[in-house]
Design a binder for this molecule. Structure first.
Ligand SMILES: Cc1cc2nc3c(=O)[nH]c(=O)nc-3n(C[C@H](O)[C@H](O)[C@H](O)COP(=O)(O)OP(=O)(O)OC[C@H]3O[C@@H](n4cnc5c(N)ncnc54)[C@H](O)[C@@H]3O)c2cc1C
Length: 260
C-alpha cells in the first residue's frame, strides 16, 4: 500500500491550508521530489500538488516588475514573450536547463525551494535583485538562500511568485554558464546585471549558495568593460582554483554579451 497521500487543490488558500496539516510537502514539477521519495520507500508523506492552482503559472507585469508565478515551467519562462522582452537573460537561462522533458515539467518555484548549489535560478535571482513572494511575506533573493539545499522558507510556507525588476531599474543583463555534461546541470553559472545603481554579479556553483562578487561589481561600475575584470581578486568562495577561474571567464563572457 502506498504511504503517499495525494491532494490536488485549485487555489493557493486551499494549498496553504493543506500544507499546514503537518508532514505535508508541496509538489511542483516533481523532477527532484518524486525521485527523492522513491528512494525512501515507506516514508509517509502528504503531497500537495500545486499543478491545478492555475494562478501560480501566470506571468504578468506588476508596475516596473515582472511577476512570474512559482509554477511557471522552464519552458514557459524560455518562450514567454514578456520574459523574452523584459528579461532576455532569464529566458535564455531557462532554455539551457537540462533537456526538454525536464524543462516542460520543472518549475521556477521548485527550483528555488530546492536550492541546489549547482542550480541556475538562484544566482539569476540574486543577480537580478529578485524578491520571493510567499503566502505570508516578501523575501529578497539575497536573504532567501541560506546554504546548500536550504532556504529561508518556514515549514508549510509556499512560494507564490517571484518579482524581477525590469527597465528602468534593470538596464541590461546577461547569463553565462558552463554545462557539466555528466551531472546535466551547470558547473558554474554567472548572472551579470547593470542596474540604475551599478553592477551586480552573482555566481552559482562556487559555494553552498549563490555568491556575489563585490570586486567585480565595483570594477564594472567604474568601467563597464570585460577588461575591468582581468586583474581583480578571484570571487569569494572560490577555493577550487578551476571553478574560480571559470567564474572569472564566464563573468567576462557575460559582460561581453550584455543586452537590454
Ligand atoms: C535530469 C535533471 C537535470 C537538471 N538540470 C538542471 C540544470 O541544468 N539547471 C538547474 O537549474 N536545474 C536543473 N535541474 C533541476 C530542475 O530544474 C528543478 O529545479 C528541480 O527539478 C525542482 O523543480 P520541480 O518543479 O520539479 O520541483 P519538485 O521536484 O516538485 O520540488 C522540489 C522541492 O521544492 C519544494 N517546492 C516545490 N514548489 C514549491 C513552492 N511553490 N513553494 C515551496 N516549496 C516548493 C518541494 O516540496 C520539494 O522539496 C535538473 C533536474 C533534473 C531531474
Amino acid at each position: 500500500m502506498s504511504a503517499w497521500v495525494y491532494h490536488r487543490p485549485t487555489t493557493v488558500g486551499e494549498a496553504v491550508r493543506l500544507l499546514g496539516c503537518g508532514g505535508a510537502v508541496p509538489l511542483a514539477g516533481g523532477q527532484t521530489l518524486v525521485p527523492a521519495l522513491t528512494r525512501t520507500p515507506g516514508r509517509r508523506v502528504m503531497l500537495v500538488d500545486l499543478g491545478a492552482v492555475t494562478a501560480l503559472r501566470d506571468i504578468t507585469v506588476n508596475g516596473a516588475e515582472v511577476c512570474i508565478g512559482a509554477m511557471a515551467t522552464h519552458t514557459q519562462i524560455a518562450t514567454d514573450t514578456l520574459v523574452r522582452q523584459a528579461l532576455p537573460s532569464l529566458a535564455l537561462l531557462a532554455s539551457q536547463i537540462a533537456d526538454l522533458q525536464v524543462r516542460n515539467r520543472a518549475t521556477i518555484g521548485g527550483s528555488l525551494a530546492y536550492n541546489d548549489p549547482a542550480g541556475d535560478y538562484p544566482a539569476a535571482c540574486v543577480g537580478l535583485g529578485a524578491t520571493v513572494i510567499t503566502d505570508r511575506r516578501r523575501i529578497p533573493a539575497e536573504e532567501f538562500f541560506t546554504g546548500a539545499f536550504s532556504t529561508a522558507l518556514a515549514d508549510s510556507e509556499v512560494i507564490v511568485s517571484l518579482l524581477f525588476p525590469m527597465s528602468p531599474t534593470l538596464l541590461r543583463s546577461a547569463y553565462a554558464r558552463l554545462p557539466d555534461r555528466a551531472a546535466r546541470s551547470a558547473l558554474i553559472g554567472v548572472m551579470v546585471a547593470e542596474t540604475e545603481s551599478g553592477f551586480r554579479v552573482a555566481i552559482s556553483g562556487l559555494a553552498s549558495g549563490p555568491t556575489r562578487w563585490p570586486d567585480a561589481e565595483a570594477a564594472l561600475s567604474k568601467r563597464p568593460h570585460p577588461d575591468a575584470l582581468r586583474d581583480i581578486a578571484c570571487p569569494p568562495g572560490g577555493t577550487d582554483r578551476y571553478r574560480a577561474h571559470l567564474a572569472r571567464t564566464l563573468t567576462i563572457r557575460a559582460v561581453r554579451s550584455l543586452t537590454t
